[in-house]
Design a protein around this ligand. Structure first.
Ligand code: SF4
Length: 122
């Protein structure tokens, strides 16, 4: 199991966000959750060791965007790079949860078709 946070921050967008653990944790640390910030480690799944191997070992489940929402509007310009990485790392499975499922078809890549075999959406 691995975590991948290409950006962080989120806005409440539904009743289901009332008890959001991200807002709760950020409030304790004085972090503004409503500020959406791209991570310097956006390409973490394709980062390599000196030996040339991927740092993120294959065959595992990657929890994607558990500090934000993968489909949040502010990340529209960054998501394409994530899809490229997901396509490259077909040896990993990626799981993301969203409360913006209404945006889903506007956010998938052109070759999405019936979906990628290595992506699970909740
Ligand atoms: S969408 Fe998820 S991460 Fe964003 S505010 Fe709602 S519960 Fe929190």
């Amino acid at each position: 199991m691995a975590m991948w946070s290409p950006w962080r921050g989120c806005h409440r967008c539904s009743e289901g966000c009332r008890y959001c653990y991200i807002h709760k944790g950020d409030a304790r640390r004085g972090v503004d959750t409503d500020s959406i910030v791209r991570s310097e480690k956006l390409d973490a799944p394709i980062a390599r060791k000196k030996s040339g191997e991927y740092r993120m070992a294959g065959g595992q489940l990657v929890y994607l965007c558990f500090q934000t929402d993968f489909l949040i509007e502010e990340a529209d310009a960054w998501r394409g790079a994530c899809w490229d990485i997901i396509r490259e790392r077909s040896d990993l499975r990626f799981l993301f949860l969203t409360k913006r499922i209404g945006r889903f078809m506007d956010c998938v890549p052109p070759d999405w078709g019936e979906g990628y075999d290595n992506v699970i959406v909740g």
